[in-house]
Design a protein around this ligand. Structure first.
Ligand SMILES: Nc1ncnc2c1ncn2[C@@H]1O[C@H](COP(=O)(O)OP(=O)(O)O)[C@@H](O)[C@H]1O
Ligand SMILES: [Mg+2]
Length: 343
């Protein structure tokens, strides 16, 4: 059983005649310890899909109209508020784009991490045989901590913050963007999540720091064995991180593949276009092609293939019915019947 299994998820903003479909039949599974990248331009529905995993999109305006989100086999959409509180920041933790906006400016970072620990970990004598349970409806049993301060230092060391003993006294503004993001990651790790959702975690950072944060996530995944859902609009950062990649366009998955194969040979015209729009370090800047046109707004999706109006290989039949997500090779799914064509 995968750790997470999103099945045919459909989510609207609004109800009745005003309903706008933001997530339209998304299916995605993540195994324990697996890294999956969810890629697509801004506005494709990546964040709302990811936030749905812990029911973090307020209802209303969100309205779940179909599908299931199975976390360890239990449907998040059917959980009580008490169960959801246990999921949020417990089994599933989030890291967002703007660390500066998520950290509280008036508290020292050590205290902020401590608060996060207090929410999820209890103090006490080291317990023996405290294997973590896989259940999501009961609090996870973790080894009890001796004291919170030592654990704060341990977490800051884990995320590569130098001299954590003195850093804990810093306020967020005293840290660089990259260091702030490390603090956010430390807070997300405080609950020892099974799944870390990192939503554009490096988008606000400059390129060198981006690479360092991605390396940190990769390293943490290896050391802690947690699964990662990494969300990005930049296919260029997927490379070393992902086991599998899901490409999202206008509320739907259009390609799902093992990362190596997708990067070697993208099959959907949208994935190919995303690939061509990745800046290459030593490439010819003139060859960089932005994808013409824009992602359609929710409620304004074209009929048939939603990428058709921007697709270089569009055919008249593309505006008929929505193409199915076809398994064209074992483990490779593409929502385009013309995937074999060159474009
Ligand atoms: N609270 C909301 N109310 C109405 N529409 C929303 C809300 N949040 C997001 N949307 C819309 O849902 C779509 C998907 O948004 P989002 O998941 O943030 O995209 P992404 O993360 O891929 O950039 C967008 O069209 C966005 O405008
Ligand atoms: Mg987003």
């Amino acid at each position: 059983m995968p750790l997470l299994e999103i099945k045919n998820l459909k989510m609207d903003f609004g109800t009745g005649a005003d309903a706008l479909r933001a997530v339209d039949g998304v299916s995605l599974a993540i195994g324990a310890g697996e890294t999956v990248c969810l890629v697509g331009e801004s506005g494709c529905g990546k964040s709302v899909t990811a936030l749905s995993i812990a029911q973090l999109v307020p209802t209303p305006p969100a309205n779940y109209v179909g599908g299931e989100i199975l976390l360890n086999g239990r449907d998040v959409l059917k959980m009580s508020n008490a169960e959801l509180r246990n999921i949020r920041g417990g089994v599933v933790s989030y890291v967002f784009q703007e660390p500066g906006a998520s950290l509280n400016p008036v508290f020292r970072i050590g205290n902020q991490i401590k608060e996060s620990l207090k929410l999820h970990r209890t103090l006490g004598a080291p317990a023996s045989g405290t294997a973590r349970t896989n259940e999501t409806n009961t609090p996870c049993q973790r080894p009890a901590l001796q004291n919170y301060d030592d654990e704060v230092i341990r977490l800051l060391k884990l995320v590569g913050i130098p001299a954590p003993e003195s850093r804990i006294k810093n306020y967020p503004f005293e840290l660089s963007g990259g260091m702030q993001q490390r603090v956010m990651i430390a807070m997300a790790l405080a609950s020892e999540p099974k799944l870390l959702v990192a939503d554009e975690p490096t988008t606000a950072l400059d390129v060198t720091i981006q690479a360092q944060i991605l390396e940190l996530l990769h390293d943490l995944k290896q050391r802690l064995g947690m699964a990662i859902l990494l969300i990005t609009h930049n296919l260029g950062i997927v490379g070393d991180m992902a086991d599998r990649v899901a490409v999202m366009y206008a509320g739907q998955i259009v390609e799902l593949s093992p990362a190596k194969e997708l990067l070697r040979q993208p099959l959907h015209p949208y994935t190919k276009a995303l690939m061509n729009s990745v800046p290459k370090l030593h490439g010819d800047a003139n060859r960089l092609s932005a994808i013409p046109g824009n992602v359609p707004r929710i409620g304004n999706f074209p009929p048939g293939c939603r990428f058709a109006p921007r697709c270089p290989m569009v055919k008249p039949e593309c505006s008929g019915k929505i193409p199915e997500l076809l398994e064209v090779e074992p483990g490779r799914f593409v929502r385009c019947p013309f995937w074999k064509n060159e474009c």
